[in-house]
Design a protein around this ligand. Sequence first.
Ligand SMILES: Nc1ncnc2c1ncn2[C@@H]1O[C@H](COP(=O)(O)OP(=O)(O)O)[C@@H](O)[C@H]1O
Ligand code: SF4
Ligand SMILES: [Mg+2]
Length: 328
Amino acid sequence: MNNTNKNVLKIDNLSICFDINGKKCHAIRDLNLTVNAGELVALVGESGCGKSTFGQMLVNLLEPTKGEILFEGEDIFKSRRARKEIPQKIQMIFQDPYSSLNPKRKIGWLLEESLDIHRKNLSKEQRIKIVDEMLELVGLDESYKDRYPSQLSGGQRQRVSIAIALILNPKFVVCDEAVSALDVSVQAQILNLLHDLQEKFNLTYLFISHNLNVVSYMSDRIGVMYLGSIVELGDAVTLSKNPIHPYTKMLFSSSMNVGEADSGKVQITGELPSPSNPPSGCTFHTRCAYCTELCSSARPELQELPDGRQIACHYAQKFYQESMEKKQ
Ligand SMILES: Nc1ncnc2c1ncn2[C@@H]1O[C@H](COP(=O)(O)OP(=O)(O)O)[C@@H](O)[C@H]1O
Ligand code: SF4
Ligand SMILES: [Mg+2]
């Protein structure tokens, strides 16, 4: 999957602050991330930690308060050209295919719509041909063009959403809880389809999910988000086998079957604090069993560990050493 090391996406100190009736909500705070071409990076974290907000910034639906999003080296918010051309290259698949498809339009119309907007020079015949090919690629035959979204199952609707996202030949696809609303058996089919399409079109994916089980097995890297920032980022296998950040441990412990993680179970405790009133220092300190005075006063920066992962924790080196000693 990891075909080349060229990074397609580079996020630098990205922040967004919503103003809700005069109250500030820091949904994303100084988020840093790079994604390489052909990679599948998963972003996981509890509901409310800012995953969807981040995804919406990537597809230009929300503008950051601070920081940059560079796509193939170009700031997606700065130049007029970038604003016009990049949105086609980054597409998003949403969680809920029920609300993201216009119920009044037939599937064929929905697929043709984005071709009409972005590729005006195509003839009617060319458009029909592309729509038919796209439907076939997602496992639906031509007859689906004449159906309305309400006549389709959840899995079929998500196939249509995928076809709509891919019809403009994007390079980067953000999947925001793309299978969360589906039955488990259908989830597997859609994940397999996304995987096949990634190989076929050499796509790069950012997979956003609150469910580690869904994403960890097919990801190259996993980023763990807490209150708008990444607290641990690394190779998917390394992170799953040996989570180091106390929050990652908590997340993995809650989603793993007994025996899967050998690094000590940590109970899920407390609730995600409000991004309107984030804790001082390390934002996880109010729930962390290892919290010290330093943690409540100073914010830890992301630092790299010997195995290449990045962690935002004052005691990252210590926890890492301890986990290595346990292994021996
Ligand atoms: N458009 C918005 N206006 C105000 N607050 C928002 C908006 N979108 C998200 N938020 C807030 O930002 C925080 C992160 O939300 P979200 O990105 O949806 O989290 P997640 O996708 O991880 O569940 C939440 O506290 C949410 O209430
Ligand atoms: S910095 Fe402190 S509070 Fe934050 S995760 Fe590390 S030990 Fe826990
Ligand atoms: Mg969300």
